[in-house]
Design a protein around this ligand. Structure first.
Ligand code: ZN
Length: 237
């Protein structure tokens, strides 16, 4: 089975469309989205429409924030303005769609969450090796895919951090895989990021896709988004 796993689209339709084209050029059996479909960029409606064909779509904290004013208050200034703008653009049906997304999914040896398997609805961050090792206590199968930090990497249950673009997974090792971000990468590479996983060959690959960043930026300028959010896309920060 070949999986395409995307996360953190953040209403960046140009990036998402480029990733979808790349996925279409491969033989993929299942498409999974780990959440944060909206927030940060200016194409929430297009992004929601495009993700609806996926086999599994999880809720991210920005999707959840559409309904939760308490969580929005905890967001940083830029994220909060983007969510408030997004709220005005979404149709009632799309708000309903985001509100009903699940927090977690499992498929054989795979677990999928947005933030962390410990308590997916608490939106905690895995930022160091202790957080990562702790996370292994909260899923029982072999591989947990997540997003949320926008930093693509793999951590093993032995505490190794792997940054390889392509990995052959071992049978005696468990893995935490951060699939990176489609719409707002933060690892210094501005290209859209997602993962292809071949469960028969146990090969995991991080795919980077060029997209028209200027197109996303001009849509954000037109919608009067904060310059910080517009500029960071070109830097991948
Ligand atoms: Zn995110």
């Amino acid at each position: 089975m070949i999986y395409a796993i995307v996360s953190d689209i953040h209403a960046n339709a140009a990036a998402f469309n480029a990733v979808l084209d790349d996925i279409e050029s491969r033989k993929v059996d299942r498409k999974i989205c780990l959440g944060d479909i909206v927030g940060y960029c200016a194409d929430p409606n297009e992004s929601i429409a495009a993700v609806k064909v996926f086999d599994t779509v999880l809720m991210g904290n920005h999707d959840y924030a559409i309904h939760d004013t308490v969580l929005v208050e905890k967001f940083n200034f830029h994220a909060r303005l983007a969510i408030e703008w997004t709220c005005e653009k979404l149709t009632p049906a799309d708000k309903e769609y985001l509100a009903n997304l699940p927090l977690k999914a499992e498929d054989g040896e795979l677990t999928f969450v947005h933030a962390t398997p410990r308590d997916p609805g608490d939106w905690g961050y895995i930022i160091n090796i202790d957080d990562a090792l702790d996370a292994f206590n909260y899923f029982s199968n072999n591989i947990c895919f997540l997003g949320h930090t926008h930093n693509p990497l793999v951590v093993t249950d032995k505490g190794h951090v792997l940054l390889d673009k392509k990995l052959h997974l071992k049978d005696d090792t468990r893995y935490l895989v951060n699939v990176g971000s489609v719409g707002q990468p933060r690892d210094g590479d501005p290209r859209a990021c997602y993962v292809i996983y071949d469960s028969d060959k146990r090969i995991l690959e991080f795919v980077r896709v060029n997209y028209n960043i200027g197109q996303t930026q001009s849509r954000m300028i037109k919608a009067k988004f904060q310059p910080f959010l517009i500029h960071r896309l070109a830097e991948g920060r």
